[in-house]
Design a protein around this ligand. Structure first.
Ligand code: UDH
Ligand code: NGS
Length: 358
């Protein structure tokens, strides 16, 4: 009996063992399968967040479950890498350039050559993040031909300098005596209403730099840019000269209470600005005489911009007057603001000598 049963018993045990082994295999396979699915489901859910962000249909077809949070997460995941800060020395500068005023300028051509300039004369470099936002302010009345040259030469130059900039033409409305410094103050205030500019370049409309290494940006001291003009045989006319083109940061401009509002007619206002800078403990920064070369468009004295007979008395009293004459006393009325493709034009009533704006 024992002998006859023994083989059957072995067979029975083997069968049970085989069954158990099969069950174990089945369980392991099942677990493995389930695990894969859970993992896949997680992946699908994760990837879904990405894929769903690219709807093939119109925005109205986006699932209502696609919340704003998911959209933000998705955008954060797919947006391009942040831009690097622009380099200290812009790589596309060309150095000395030929500047001449013989050919006439067609503004449409200038526009076609500067297609990256946005409405109102704004530009932002696409290849890097500019460290400053620069408002270029130009005091203006009846100098359309000069403005064309300025736009023709300056837009390409400012782009090569990788500046984030806007161009503001501040037009003195009416026939009153011209007031350069007050117009510059108006430009400062109006540009700040548009954007958070932190640097202001104040430029005459008839001055063109001859070298693009003369960067239109702000430095840790107020900057004088028109340091060697052709009309002065490429030399500074005097050590304190601060005319033509200058750059002040917002802080520097506010520290000196802006520019004087009460210099009507030609001369002295730039000397007053120089005094303000010195009286507030700052100095002047300048490029060297080669980089700072500029050409001026030759012109006659404008109507209503005769030499101001009061200018010598006024510059002798800057220390007192600068406290109450400047940004803190500025009064004007904007009559019109127009955005042109290459500049923003602001027509302003600044009043006249002894007459407030109406
Ligand atoms: N400006 C105008 N319109 C005017 C007067 C001045 O737009 O009617 C602006 C313009 O941006 C100009 C700046 O103010 O570049 C400075 O004025 P300006 O050019 O008259 O001053 P500058 O010292 O010339 O350059 C003075 C007269 C030179 C007479 C030379 C005669 N040979
Ligand atoms: C000085 C003027 C400045 C003027 C500079 C250059 O004499 O305003 O000449 O003038 N100062 C006074 O008159 C007190 S320019 O030759 O560029 O017209 O900027």
């Amino acid at each position: 009996m024992m002998r006859s049963c023994a083989p059957g018993r072995v067979f029975q045990v083997s069968c049970v063992a085989l069954l158990a082994l099969s069950a174990l295999h089945l369980t392991v396979t099942l677990l493995y399968y389930l695990d894969i699915h859970v993992y896949t489901a997680q992946m699908v859910r994760r990837i879904g967040g990405l894929l769903i962000s690219q709807p093939t249909s119109s925005p109205a077809g986006i699932s209502p479950n696609f919340t704003a949070a998911a959209r933000n997460r998705t955008l954060a995941t797919t947006s391009p890498l942040p831009l690097q800060p622009c380099p200290e020395t812009p790589p596309r500068l060309v150095g000395p350039s030929r500047i001449e005023f013989s050919q006439s300028i067609n503004l449409e051509d200038v526009r076609q050559n500067n297609l990256l300039v946005r409405e109102g004369g704004r530009y932002t470099p696409s290849e890097c993040t500019a460290l400053q936002k620069v408002a270029v302010i130009i005091p203006f009345r009846d100098r359309d031909e000069h403005l064309k040259y300025w736009l023709y030469y300056l837009h390409p130059l400012l782009q090569r300098q990788q500046l984030d900039y806007g161009v503001y033409i501040i037009n003195q409305h009416g026939e009153e005596t011209f007031n350069r410094a007050k117009l510059l103050n108006v430009g400062f205030m109006e540009a700040l209403k548009e954007d958070n500019y932190n640097c202001f370049v104040f430029s005459d409309v008839d001055l063109i730099p001859m070298d693009d290494r003369n960067i239109y940006k702000c430095y840790n001291q107020p900057r004088h840019l028109a340091v060697s003009m052709d009309k002065f045989s490429f030399r500074l006319p005097y050590k304190q000269f601060f005319g033509g083109i200058s750059a002040l940061s917002r802080e520097q401009h506010e520290k000196i209470n802006g520019f004087p509002n009460d210099y009507w007619g030609w001369g002295g206002e730039d000397d007053d600005i120089y005094n303000r800078i010195v009286f507030r403990g700052m100095g002047i920064s300048r490029p060297d005489g080669v980089i700072g070369k500029c050409r001026m468009i030759v012109h006659r004295r404008d109507k209503k911009n005769e030499p101001n007979p009061q200018r010598f008395d006024r510059i002798a009293r800057t220390r007192q007057t600068m406290q109450n004459d400047g940004l803190n006393s500025l009064k004007y009325k904007v009559l019109q603001m127009r955005k042109y493709p290459l500049y923003t034009f602001i027509d302003v009533d600044i009043g006249g000598p002894g007459r407030p704006p109406s």
